[in-house]
Every structure is written in C-alpha cells, then in structure tokens.
Ligand binder design. Structure first.
Ligand code: RNT
Ligand code: ZN
Length: 417
C-alpha cells in the first residue's frame, strides 16, 4: 500500500495524516545521554557501582567511555530518529580537561558543559539537565535528606550549581531547560523516622530553588518514586511528597512523573490529565518498567500509546508536557536501544495524533458502543505507511531500513572499543 492509499483510509474517519506529520515534527523529545554508557558519567571512577536504587544489567560490547565516544554515538542516533530532538544531560557528564580540571559536584560550573553546548549548537538542539545525586562517595547513603549537615550542604550546593548550569544551557541554546531533581534517598528496611528525612528534603529543595533563575527558561522538576533496589522499605521523595512539593511551589517548579515509579497497576496515562487539571505544565520520564522500575527500552505498547494519547489530548503539544526518555539497557546494542525507544515514542505520538475528534463526542453522547467499535477499528488502519512517510519527511530511514546502519557502526566502531 502507498502513503496516498493510507492517507485516504484515514480520511474516511476524518483524520488528516499530513497535518499529523507536520505537527509531530516540531515537538521536542529529550534524548537521555545516559543510555550510551550505562549511567556512569565522566566525573567519578567508571568502575564504581551505580547507586541510588537504579541498576543497569548486561555488558554488551561498545559502551561509550569518553565524551568523544558518547558524542559520536549520539550522532549515530541522531541520524536514525525522526522528530525534534533535545539533549538531556546529567551533571556527572561534566567534561574536564587540562584547562578545566576535575572539580567535585558542588563546584561544577557552566564551563564544564561548554563542549556539550558546542555539540548542541552545531546540531541545533536544546538541552535539559539533571543534578546527579547518586553514584558518589558523598551519598551517605542519603543526599538532600541526610541528617549529616555537611553531606546535605554538599548536595544543596550541587543542586544550586545545576540551576546555574541549566540557566546557562537555556540561554546559550535558546530553548528552556528542564532540570529534574531526583534522589534515590531512602532505606532498605523499616525506618524509625519517616518525617525527618522528608522535612530535610523539603528544606534542601527550598534552598536549591532559592538560587536565582528565570522560570520561563529553567524548569526545575521534582520526580517521585515508589522504591528502588536496596531502597525497598522507604523512599523520601514519594509520590505524595513530590506532588505536594510541586503544588506548594507552583511558581518555582513542576512535577515530573516517570512511568516506572508507581505501583504496577497504576498508569501514568491516567495521571497526566489528573495533574494537568491543576498544573499548567508537567514533565514526563518515558520508560518501560517490567515488574519494577527496570528501565527497559520503550516499546510501541498499549500504555505508551495511551500516554501519547493523553499528551496529545491534554495540550501536551502546546507546551504543557515536557517529554523525556529515561531507560538504560546494557544488554543490547546501545545505539539500537536509544533508537528503538526514541522511534517508539515518536510512533506512539503519531498514532495518537491520528485519533479522530469524534471519539470524545461519542463519549459525551454516552455512545459507548460505537466508541468501542471505532477505537478497535482505528487500531488496524494502515499506520505503518503514515509512519514511514513521517520518517521520510524527517529525512531518516523508514522501518526495515535503519538497523543495517547500526550493524555497520557496531562492526566499524563499537566492536573496536
Ligand atoms: C531513577 C529515576 C531517574 C534516573 C535518571 C538517570 O529511578 O528515574 O530519573 O533514571 O536521572
Ligand atoms: Zn526517571
């Protein structure tokens, strides 16, 4: 079937495929740099364990070990993904050299990200940012909620440094910078004090956000979590904590939901409209949890499609939803992991843009029978043709064509590392 035939098939339902393609092209999706090196970064010993309750598993060959390798790998991905890409960096990806030697996280400055700014400028990308509150000797294991004042101070200073870096990224690149605050603070076993750490966490975030920034350029987020590996009994930044913080500080920050951070029967697709009823703007980490926050590569699965539908329906394309990927698989080719996940979110968004407006009318008319029939029929319209047309419009390979490039890169570059 050709694109024209597919376009006509959709037109029968009153859906304009050309308009959907046009719309999707302009909406940014953040590409997380940490898929390329298993969340190790460049500022500490690369062989140290990943802490904070997150874990990468697998040791597929070809992990990026230096800024140059990571940038080269990202360039490969940029060739293979359609749509508007934004970079997403963690503070631990600061670049040190002779001119700017290593400093600890509390002393980081914009200049340590100058090479990333150049990288983004050359490719016309905006950039999001994250303080790194894990995998560091100063995690005791708590960070912003530590009872040790020296530890807590260190991490507050890190957070403030990251606000300044985010402001720099936003100004240099001319796109807002979403700066996400997530810590793995919590306990493996039943705590004796649940409120103390939360009060300290709140006070620490207050201090970080007292740093001067322009809220239209720097968008600090508070990401919640239910539990992590080794942090099973208690998480300081729980859902209620993070959401309450965001509600009480609406003029300074926005809530961030990661769809791996809830109980397995909860769905973020339903939480998006709930939050957007009250917040002008929210942020998302799009991932795939299997049984826990396993951070598997995002697939074109039902919940990803449902999340995309809610983003489209609730004004996500008018700047209300900041979208970012967040997963890390070290057991497969990392370029492919990045590419598959990015393409799948784009696919889900395109699929969502191809839902007809009449569905809402059917719901409002209580015509649930027809609504079900329509929703089911839409699933088998010739979506693949529209998707391939979108890839063509973005100048990237269609499905069935891009993987050869990854194999070639693996042969020529990754296998030699
Ligand atoms: C961890 C959180 C957090 C991290 C990244 C690396 O569970 O999802 O967002 O994955 O900051
Ligand atoms: Zn996340």
């Amino acid at each position: 079937m050709s694109y024209i035939e597919a376009k006509n098939a959709y037109a029968k339902y009153g859906i304009d495929t050309d308009a959907a393609i046009e719309k999707l092209k302009g909406v940014p999706l953040s590409l997380h740099c940490w898929q390329g090196d298993d969340v190790r970064g460049f500022d500490t010993d690369p062989n140290k364990p990943l802490t904070g309750g997150i874990q990468t598993t697998g040791n597929y060959a070809g992990r990026a070990r230096t800024p140059e390798e990571l940038m080269a790998d990202i360039d490969e991905v940029l060739k293979l993904v359609p749509g508007k890409v934004k970079m997403n960096l963690h503070a631990c990806y600061a670049i040190f050299d002779e001119e700017n030697p290593w400093v600890d996280r509390d002393k980081l400055e914009p200049k340590h990200f100058k090479k990333w700014v150049d990288f983004c400028k050359e490719r016309g990308l905006g950039c999001d940012f994250n303080p790194t509150f894990f995998s560091h000797p100063k995690c005791d294991p708590l960070t912003l909620s530590s009872p040790n004042e020296e530890t807590r101070r260190f991490w507050i200073e890190h957070g403030k440094a990251c606000i300044r870096i985010s402001q720099y990224l936003a100004e240099e690149l001319g796109e807002p910078c979403v700066m996400n605050i997530w810590t793995g603070d919590g306990f493996k076993d039943i705590p004796a004090d649940r409120m103390g750490p939360r009060e300290r966490y709140r006070n620490s975030i207050d201090e970080i956000l007292s740093e001067c920034y322009d809220f239209s350029k720097v968008k600090p987020c508070i990401e919640s979590k239910v539990f992590g590996i080794g942090v099973e009994a208690y998480t300081v930044g729980s859902a209620e904590f993070a959401l309450s913080y965001a509600v009480m500080n609406k003029d300074k920050c926005i809530p961030l939901m990661d769809n791996g951070h809830y109980h397995p029967t909860e769905v973020v697709s339903d939480k998006i409209p709930a939050l957007l009823t009250f917040f002008p703007e929210i942020a998302l980490h799009i991932t795939r949890p299997i049984r826990w926050d396993s951070d598997h590569v995002v697939l074109f699965d039902d919940e990803t499609k449902e999340i995309a539908k809610e983003i489209v329906r609730c004004g996500g394309f008018d700047g209300r939803v900041n979208m970012a990927l967040d997963y890390f698989d070290a057991s497969i080719n990392r370029i492919s992991a990045w590419t598959v996940g990015f393409r799948n979110v784009q696919k889900a968004l395109l699929f969502a843009l191809l839902q007809p407006a009449c569905l809402k009318e059917l719901q409002d008319e209580n015509n649930f029978t027809r609504l079900m029939v329509m929703q089911e029929e839409l699933k088998t319209l010739p979506f693949g043709e529209v998707w391939n047309e979108y890839c063509k419009a973005c100048g990237v390979f269609a499905d069935g064509e891009w993987f050869g490039e990854v194999e070639k890169y693996e042969r020529e570059v990754l296998s030699k590392r």
